[in-house]
Ligand binder design. Sequence first.
Ligand SMILES: [Zn+2]
Length: 58
Amino acid sequence: MNIERIKKCQNCGRDLPIEARFCPYCMTKLIDEDGTIIKKTSVNRKRNIFIIIAIILV
Ligand SMILES: [Zn+2]
């Protein structure tokens, strides 16, 4: 199950925790992937809030 929480550094290829924002081995920033995930999460949260408000109004 731990395999799902591991991603590989695009620069040196070492295994890193999925939460890692940078590679401690080569100091390469991994913010690009995290940024994409954060954007998707924020959109989903806004949709969920909108749906909840819509349900309350109805
Ligand atoms: Zn690396």
